[in-house]
Ligand binder design. Structure first.
Ligand SMILES: Cc1ncc(COP(=O)(O)O)c(C=O)c1O
Length: 564
């Protein structure tokens, strides 16, 4: 090496260092931009911003003088609304007297009840409605597709018990009763297994197409364990979830509003988007991608609750082939990048097909979580996965383990009820329910939509098989009132109201027709009461602008904030 060359080395090194120093921020910026592009435009895609906005929103409410005329309705319309509101309130007060009395007695003691009662309708209307049209929280019995309250009123059940009720309440009663008999001799011993666990493991691995299974106590826990395993095996930090998707209430899968702590290792991306695939192809810190196949009904939107039903922008559309294509693309990227693909089938597992969303969309995951109906009516979470992702220790590093427990995991009573459920899937009567499942439920949804259109009612339904969602076709600030008319018509809804109806598969044609008749009658009653009076100049945008103006006025008013 010449002296000249030797002298040039430090200079070259300096240049190289300079180039790296310049390139590093450029690469970081590019990666940051790519992440921004892969996020959904809505607040749901931006947890921190959503948080800030939520903390800014002031409380205010519509009193008697505003409640009936927020949309500028004339006096005659307001009078019609008021008269029917009073009629409904009186009807609820007398028809549901005992149920409402017990509810009122315990609401102060049960925090969950206080929450659901407050968030049944948009907060501006909530105080007025709560005081006059309370909804009962108690039921006495169930039979067939109905549930009966403490006053003897039978309702067609459209709550589906959060999705647990797939095959009818009587079916689960039998699962629990028969299961209980089978494990009675052992009782509630934990730690050691009842033999029924062996059969469950065999059946679940067969149904899921996976190698191993672990049992937990809720869907939330199953998801926690699936993500923990993915992080352990990939040695990467981040999980990817898609905008709007619910995966239980564990912090890492619920960034933003609802979770008071910030999450640092979660990316919330756009579903059904090339930008998200591009991001997954380039990042090295993604351990797993979580899919909730229920999002196929409303990609990138959260479960539609009536507490956010301030106008008629709620929409839904299920495109089975399009979603299957998206899942196949995601599968390919995950395989290419060594990312663990987790199907969270806690909700849809066994509902779309015996083999769940994997079978329904024709795509295999690396890990699948189940819950809800799998417990045969009792609380459950389960993780099924490929061998290489389920192992909780390393043969060559004995101290490097991935811990998971849970006192009540594999509880004999739960395992026995689960076994009854799993074995029933092979019974001819249950297999028959799955035959033409989508044809049946699509036909029923289309039939109801046709009736609503023929009657000129501004209501339609969208469905993913037996999971339905109500949406509204003309701008209105009062759509949330529809839940009260549906209840009056004898249809039981969960606290989210009209955003989600869940049918059990044992609904006969006659029972479904009875529901459809009541549904149409409820919509007609709502129309007669003039809640859907519409000013031809009203648009959803105008409704939103009005609410924004109200919030700004409240926020900057000199009055002290109103206490709830
Ligand atoms: C897709 C999905 N994952 C996880 C969960 C959480 O399950 P659990 O409520 O049993 O904790 C739910 C509950 O609704 C769910 O729908």
């Amino acid at each position: 090496m010449t002296a000249k060359m030797e002298a040039a080395i430090p200079t070259a090194a300096l240049y190289a260092l300079g180039a790296v120093a310049l390139a590093a921020p450029t690469v970081m910026l590019k990666s940051r931009l790519q992440l921004s592009k892969a996020k959904h435009r809505s607040l749901g895609g931006h947890a921190r911003l959503a948080w800030r906005v939520a903390s800014w929103v002031p409380f205010y409410h519509y009193d008697d003088s505003r409640f009936f005329v927020v949309d500028g309705a004339p006096d005659a319309v307001a009078a019609q609304r008021r008269a029917d509101f009073v009629r409904l309130a009186e009807l609820y007060r007398t028809r549901y007297a005992r149920t409402l009395q017990l509810t009122a007695e315990v609401t102060g003691l049960i925090s969950d009840l206080q929450f659901t009662e407050t968030y049944r309708v948009p907060f501006q209307f909530s105080r007025f409605v709560r005081g006059r049209l309370p909804v009962g929280a108690f039921l006495e019995s169930s039979s067939g597709v109905t549930a009966t309250d403490l006053d003897g009123n039978a309702f067609y059940d459209l709550t589906g018990s959060y999705g647990v009720n797939l095959l009818g309440y009587d079916f689960y009663k039998e699962c629990i009763d028969r299961g209980l008999e089978r494990v009675r001799a052992l009782g509630p011993i934990l730690g050691s297994y009842h033999p029924v666990v062996a059969d469950n493991a065999l059946r679940l691995t067969r149904l899921s197409g996976m190698d191993e299974v672990s049992f937990h106590m809720s869907g939330t826990e199953a998801v926690m364990q699936a993500v923990r395993l993915a992080r352990y095996h990939t040695r990467r930090s981040h999980l990817v979830r898609f905008c709007g998707a619910y995966h239980g209430w564990w912090g890492d899968v619920q960034p933003g509003v609802g979770n008071p702590a910030p999450t640092h290792e979660t990316y919330t991306l756009k579903e059904m988007s090339e930008d998200s695939l591009r991001l997954l192809r380039t990042r090295n810190d993604v351990a797993c991608v979580l899919i909730n196949p229920l999002q196929a009904l409303h990609p990138n939107s959260a479960a539609p609750a009536d507490s956010t039903l301030i106008d008629s922008t709620r929409s839904a559309h299920f495109d089975r082939a399009g979603y299957a294509r998206w899942l196949a693309q995601l599968r390919a990227v995950c395989t290419e990048r060594g990312i663990v693909l987790i199907f969270d089938e806690v909700f849809v597992g066994f509902r779309l097909a015996p083999g769940g969303a994997q079978e329904y969309f024709g795509v295999s995951a690396d890990i699948v979580t189940y819950g809800k109906t799998l417990g045969g009516g009792l609380p459950i979470g389960a993780v099924c996965g490929r061998k290489q992702f389920m192992k909780r220790f390393r043969d060559d590093r004995p101290a490097d383990i991935c811990f998971a427990r849970g006192t009540f995991n594999s509880h004999p009573y739960v395992m026995a009820a689960m076994n009854e459920f799993l074995r029933s899937l092979e019974a001819p009567a249950i297999s028959a329910l799955y035959r033409d499942l989508d044809v049946t439920w699509n036909r029923r949804a289309a039939g109801l939509n046709q009736r609503l259109r023929d009657a000129g009612l501004p209501v339609q339904v969208a469905n993913l098989s037996s999971i339905w969602l109500i949406f509204y076709t003309r701008p209105s600030a009062y759509n949330w009132m529809f839940q009260y008319y549906l209840r009056e018509a004898g249809l039981a809804l969960s606290w989210v109201g009209t955003g989600r109806l869940i049918f059990s598969l044992n609904y006969t044609e006659a029972e479904f027709n009875a529901v459809a008749d009541r549904f149409v009658a409820a919509a007609e009653a709502m129309r007669r009461a003039a809640w859907w009076w519409d000013d031809p100049r009203t648009t959803n945008k105008k409704i939103r602008r009005r609410i924004l103006r109200e919030m700004i006025a409240q926020r900057f008013s000199t009055r002290r904030p109103v206490k709830q």
